[in-house]
Design a protein around this ligand. Sequence first.
Ligand code: 23J
Ligand code: MN
Length: 264
Amino acid sequence: MTGSASTLADLIAGIQTGGIRVVDLTQPLHASTPILQLPPEMGQTWKFELQEISNFDSRGPLWYWNNFKTGEHTGTHFDAPGHWISGKDYPNNLTDTIPPAKFIAPACVIDCVKEAEKNPDFLLSPDHIKAWEKTHGRIPKGAWVLMRTDWALKRPQPDEYINAQADGCHTPGPHPELVPFLVKEREVIGFGNETVGTDAGQAFTFDPPFPCHSGMHGANKYGLAGLIHLDQLPPAGAIVIAAPLKIVRGSGSPCRVIALVPGK
Ligand code: 23J
Ligand code: MN
């Protein structure tokens, strides 16, 4: 029974009664939201800034509102294929043209908490995924693979979250071999991480550099960065809704990422 009205009726009844749990996978956006820092000779993204327009005062007695400015890749955000050189020539590869059906997909959550706790440079490998599949089943076509490290929960301060050292940042991410495996052998929709970007902190040293950006976007796939609360998701069975702002020719956007989870 696909595409039936009763499917949607069941869904909304589940949400309203609590039979389906709604989990917020989004970090708060504010001036201290950690952002990526690139080498100083490169262009830099803006941190999030809020400017009050009026607050029930002479500037607007009946209304409160703000202006904001920020980089496209601030906080919990979506990476479009056109963000990377490898994905720049796909049609419909930017925030305003990606088909909206792509913004709803199942999620496979890979628990890497212990590994990342021991080693901030931990890299998720195909073997780790294959072991996960022995318990939870094969990653379905069109699913998000989300790397759970509890990184944001365990490192609430921006400096420990970014974890910059003299030789660059040290944060977990996908192994270079994982990306072609997920693209070619599992046909995922994309990869998500609980750190500042989809790639590991040391990914600028990898071959190829930034393998998640390079490989995922090079296959017209997407990225989710800055996720939080993957601890509240089951390994399989959740559905993720992640829709970027419809920025014309946007390379990505902060977004509210929400998961629907069956059962209490
Ligand atoms: C630009 C350059 C390198 C990286 C990134 C952006 C991101 O992580 C991002 O947010 O897309 S690694
Ligand atoms: Mn990004």
